[in-house]
Design a protein around this ligand. Structure first.
Ligand SMILES: NC(=O)C1=CN([C@@H]2O[C@H](COP(=O)(O)OP(=O)(O)OC[C@H]3O[C@@H](n4cnc5c(N)ncnc54)[C@H](OP(=O)(O)O)[C@@H]3O)[C@@H](O)[C@H]2O)C=CC1
Ligand SMILES: O=C(O)C1=N[C@H](C(=O)O)C[C@H](O)C1
Length: 245
């Protein structure tokens, strides 16, 4: 059976993943949390057939280094990654199988495709805004999912997200610039993860979204992706490939 090593095992996602593993036909190789030493991380990477990382951006470099040394595929679900983190991920994919995504659910994987299609079909006079809401403990904004959906919209429009995204409206902002992609973040309570993409045209709006009702959907997606990733050759993989949507 495929043995899955969990990075961030004591966290909310780490615990949900450990609970989902038996049902989906894998085993848990062990877990690592903040404060673990490099030897323990290296030993887990050797022991596991695949690693799943739902920890913290500050752990990413060490986690990728351990995966590369052991030659172990890794799923990275941690969000709040910087451009430098994304460069590490890309470099690691030249040596091992890597799947990095802001959302492992089936629903959001499909939603990203729909957003890309809608953005491509509606002209740039349709304004794109993304609203997300998460629980009060979330530490990064915009969410990884909002960024993933914004990327899908930018790809559909044939533009670079880095030049189109707006995340900081406050005060005298001036009128909205055509072609921008706005993101707004709400935080509160125990919301597992809501995302709404709004295409606002003159006199009408198209709204498509996703609501996660619990963390189990992410755990199932993570374990499904991990089992699929184990044994794959070096390269960058996507949830769309895993789920076939
Ligand atoms: N891609 C996706 O579909 C999803 C992604 N996520 C993302 O996953 C991440 C974790 O979320 P969640 O479980 O809710 O957060 P939690 O804060 O509940 O869990 C994070 C865990 O990682 C541990 N950790 C911190 N630093 C390290 C380190 N250096 N090495 C190993 N473990 C470490 C924390 O330990 P300690 O508490 O001691 O600091 C904690 O146990 C977030 O970035 C979140 O956005 C969440 C859901 C779905
Ligand atoms: O922190 C969370 O909880 C979640 N994080 C991911 C994100 O940043 O989009 C995925 C999901 O929405 C839950």
């Amino acid at each position: 059976m495929t043995a899955i090593g969990i990075l961030g095992s004591a966290g909310k996602m780490g615990q949900a993943i450990a609970a989902a593993v038996p049902d989906l036909g894998g085993t848990v190789a062990g877990g690592i949390d903040a404060g673990a030493d490099r030897a323990a991380l290296a030993a887990l990477a050797e022991r596991a057939d695949v690693l799943v990382d739902f920890s913290s951006p500050s752990a990413l470099a060490a986690n990728l280094a351990a995966a590369r040394t052991a030659g172990t595929p890794i799923l990275i679900g941690t969000t709040g990654l910087s451009a430098a983190h994304h460069a590490f991920v890309k470099e690691a994919a030249s040596e091992i199988a890597v799947l990095q995504t802001g959302n492992v659910s089936l629903g959001v994987t499909l939603l990203a495709k729909l957003v890309r299609e809608a953005a491509g079909r509606l002209g740039s006079d349709w304004d794109i805004e993304i609203v997300e809401m998460h629980h009060r403990h979330k530490v990064d904004a915009p969410s990884g999912t909002a960024l993933l959906l914004a990327e899908a919209a930018a790809t559909g429009r044939g533009i670079a997200l880095s030049e189109a995204k707006v995340t900081d409206r406050a005060g005298l902002t001036g009128a909205r610039s055509e072609g921008t992609i706005g993101m707004a973040s709400l935080r509160g309570g125990s919301v597992a993860g809501d995302h709404m993409v709004v295409f606002a045209g003159e006199g009408e709006r198209v709204e498509i979204g996703h609501r996660a009702e619990n963390r189990a959907i992410f755990a199932r997606g993570a374990v499904t992706a991990a089992l699929w990733l184990a044994g794959k050759p070096a390269g960058s993989y996507t949830m769309a490939e895993v789920l076939g949507v």
